[in-house]
Design a protein around this ligand. Structure first.
Ligand code: BES
Ligand code: MN
Ligand code: ZN
Length: 500
């Protein structure tokens, strides 16, 4: 991972601040933000003149870089479009931070001041605006070049400060920056792990990265090996790994920031390091994207890193069942019946529905921690992508209060989820004439039947399932891991910790 730029806050008048670049907002209809207004005044009307000439419209997400503006101490002034003033919301705010950062990174500026946190954003406070500016900027600057033999040149942009004009905002903005840094570093870890190819990011590699994380942040760690899983009776998890030369791992990470007697929250992340589909082989097009099938696992490691960096007062356990789903002489076959750790038997009708098979045993294992709640995160179904696209994570839960908490956390972190049903009616589709259940439920409501399968293993505690198949990575020319839902999970844990 590339070293992230350094983030801070700075109280200074926009025209007086000395930096490689300052970014100030402009609304549609040639309306200047307060920061732009003071640049305009210092430059004796240079901005207004430019707007009048029609050189910038203030459309959301657009930018203009100006050099050598008179009366301004900084070398460059970046105008950032904010759209209609009355409509400025989270989405446009983040886009503005992103566009300004990329425009500045494209110049020779070594440091920049973004005058964004004092803008009025519907229903959002200074700390939120500072945090979002940091995460949006860092997300924009993220690059994955670990696997390139020639590394791209290091960026000149080294420092980004959030510009404030009122000293009274500094403490709140500072808190937002600290949170933003932690979330950014967790998200970047999740993105790196997701972007690594399947020949490097194997179950053993994930376990090694978890060990390194534990060492760095003083987390407890234990890695269960195949023989340990055999002893525990994890026949379902083990059946997925059978076709692969890569042995499965079950990583247990503990972050103990809360009171001793406080029950933990358990996060369980699907860690299929490559999903060929197994004997129910996937078609060739886009199969490479199945290297991202460990994104749930990546988000668990990333979230633990974020909460550890924040020193959050909470107890969190991360469980990562990891395996590679391959065809082969020893692989599971359609019709095979396996016995899960819970004792329930499963008829494997499709070896490509493997995520639920590794998760169910990890979810049974989670019972031993007497959790407050368990949240599993998985790139579980293509059907979830059809239902919600790449915008919302699918949320399924057996507890209404937990649904609300996760929806709120997603809204606050701007990493949103949408609730889907888990009614008993769907259980019909999982019936098998030969075993306690089948591992697939047919085409209708594929993401719901997958969640319904997991629900049979999570009756002992409050549980939520996040299907991130549509949100964990982007396809196409900007292909790559997004690090979602690290921001949502971190916010959820922050909110729970705050309640104590
Ligand atoms: N990892 C996939 C889900 C997936 C597919 C995520 C496409 C993102 C994009 C999962 O293991 C899988 O293969 N699910 C099957 C389930 C089916 C066999 C019931 C699917 O969604 O097709
Ligand atoms: Mn699969
Ligand atoms: Zn999968």
């Amino acid at each position: 991972m590339e070293k992230l730029v350094d983030f801070s806050t700075k109280v200074s008048a926009p025209d007086k601040a000395k930096a490689g670049a300052i970014a100030v907002g402009v609304f549609e209809g040639r309306r200047l933000s307060h920061a732009a207004e003071s640049v305009d005044r210092a430059s004796r009307g240079a901005l207004r003149a430019l707007l009048k000439r029609g050189d910038f419209e203030g459309k959301a997400g657009t930018v203009r870089v100006l050099f050598g503006v008179r009366g301004v101490a900084s070398e460059r002034v970046v105008l950032v479009g904010l759209g209609k003033e009355s409509e400025l919301g989270a989405k446009t705010y983040r886009e503005a931070a992103r566009a300004a950062t990329l425009a500045i990174a494209d110049t020779g500026a070594a440091d920049a001041l973004l005058y964004l946190p004092e803008l009025q954003v519907q229903g959002r406070e200074i700390a939120w605006k500072a945090r979002q500016a940091v995460t949006a900027a860092a997300d924009a600057l993220y690059r994955f070049d670990e696997m390139k033999s020639k590394k791209p040149e290091a960026r000149t942009l080294k420092r980004i400060a959030l510009g404030l004009t009122a000293a009274g905002h500094a403490a709140d903005a500072g808190r937002g920056v600290t949170e933003g840094r932690a979330i950014t570093s967790g998200t970047a870890l999740a993105r790196d792990l997701g972007n690594l190819p399947g020949n490097i990011c194997t179950p053993a590699y994930l376990a090694d990265r978890a060990r390194a994380l534990a060492k760095e942040w003083k987390l407890g760690i234990e890695v269960l090996e195949q023989k340990d899983m055999e002893k525990l009776g994890m026949g379902s998890l083990l059946s997925v790994a059978k076709g692969s030369r890569q042995p499965p791992k079950l990583v247990v990470l503990r972050y103990e920031g809360g009171a001793k007697r406080e029950q933990p929250i358990v996060l369980v992340g699907k860690g299929i390091t490559f999903d060929t589909g197994g004997i129910s082989l996937k078609p060739a097009p886009e199969m490479d994207e199945m290297k991202f099938d460990m994104s749930g696992a990546g988000s668990v490691l990333g979230t633990l890193r974020a909460v550890a960096e924040m020193k959050l007062a909470a107890n969190v356990i991360g469980l990562v069942p990891a395996a590679e789903n391959m065809p082969g002489g020893a692989a599971s076959k359609p019709g095979d019946i396996v016995t899960s750790m819970s004792g329930q038997t499963i008829e494997i009708l499709n070896t490509d529905a493997e995520g639920r098979l590794i998760l169910c045993d990890a979810l049974t294992y989670a019972e031993r921690f007497r959790p407050q709640a368990v949240v599993d995160i998985a790139t579980l179904t293509g059907a979830c992508v059809i239902a919600l696209g790449h915008v919302a994570t699918g949320l399924f839960t057996n507890k209404d209060e937990l649904a609300q908490e996760l929806l709120d956390a997603g809204e606050e972190a701007w990493d949103r989820a949408w609730r889907m049903p888990l009614w008993d009616d769907y259980q019909e589709q999982l019936k098998s004439p030969f075993a306690d259940m089948a591992n697939i439920g047919g085409r209708p409501a594929g993401s719901v039947t997958a969640a319904s399968f997991l629900a049979r293993f999570t009756k002992a505690y409050d549980w939520a399932h996040l299907d991130i198949a549509g949100t964990a990575w982007r396809s196409g020319k900007d292909k790559g891991s997004t690090g979602r839902p690290v921001p949502m999970l971190t916010q959820f844990l922050m909110n729970r910790a705050g309640k104590e």
